[in-house]
Design a protein around this ligand. Sequence first.
Ligand code: PLP
Length: 372
Amino acid sequence: MKKFIPVNQPLLTKADISSVYNVLKSGWISSEGNQVKKFEKKFASFIGHKYAIAVSSGTAALEIAVKSLELKKNDEVIIPNFTIISNALAVIKLGLKIKPIDCDKKDWNLNLKKLEKTITSKTKAIIATHIYNFPIRMDKLKKICKKRKILIIEDAAEVLGQKIFKKKCGSFGDISTFSFYANKQITTGEGGMITTNDKSKYLKMASLRNLAFGKKNRFNHEDIGWNYRITNIQASLGLSQLRRINKIVKKRHSIGKRYFRNLSKNKNVFIPEPKKKFAENIYWVVGILITNKKLKINAVKAMSKLQKLGIGTRPFFWPMHKQKILKNYKFNKKNFHNSEYISNYGFYLPTSLTLKNNQIDYICREVNKILS
Ligand SMILES: Cc1ncc(COP(=O)(O)O)c(C=O)c1O
């Protein structure tokens, strides 16, 4: 058997390693070191927001962001139905209500037409999450939300470096969140970031990250906060990776393009195209959808066959309407037709930055054989 191809492997360069080494040597290993502030500053400027707060994960970023909106119990927050559980958790942990919206069948992002029909007077915010390939049309979403005074948290965890027309993803939200988990565009092992242009929200979120220590009496705390700090070691790795973000984006795009060339002729498979008018595909993951039910192969079966051939894969997100922990909502399956389909028939293929062309070609040959 050929060497196993993992679904993703982080690429750590000599420069990354020496940045981390230098921090270790300096002894400044906690969140107090100067790399954290530098990372925040560089990141804010890259995105085009005034302020940035580095945190311990993308999930932590979302929790802090939602709390900073100061919503009231039972207020509604719209989230995609097809997304990571972190979107729902950030809302329900604060006693707020989620309102999931089904995705588009081909683009897998929350459907804006359905969103407009779902908004009620109780809707106070939306978590707009860019999923896998193309971004949500934030330009259109902003118009919808502005009219109705709905706040936007833009979850750009998967799309660092992507643009809508010429504007960076992550620069549209009232607050935006990012993740630096090992499979993200840039990684700090674990980590995340929050960005905003709103100074008062920035100060509130910076305090929430750091146990909301008291201003006069440090140990008389001002709010129910978290220790969601990031370490100086992680920040140094993030800074080093951020320096080559444009190269990373280009490489992933070229990986995706090669998959597209090899798989798009297969009528039983849908793979998103490299480019639309408003954006280039970021190919954070190369997700594919089995479109022919007559093959009698769902994602689980296809993935198990590929695993035996030494090819790592992952299933798509499990949609919110099927989550055990959300069963009290009694979601009606009929409203989530598209996410129901893609969660059964979608999965993604290896996208490591270290992937070689001959490995991509091998993976595609096997996918085409299985799905023919
Ligand atoms: C869209 C999105 N948001 C948030 C997260 C959570 O990030 P983390 O794993 O850093 O908590 C992820 C993780 O994959 C994600 O894909």
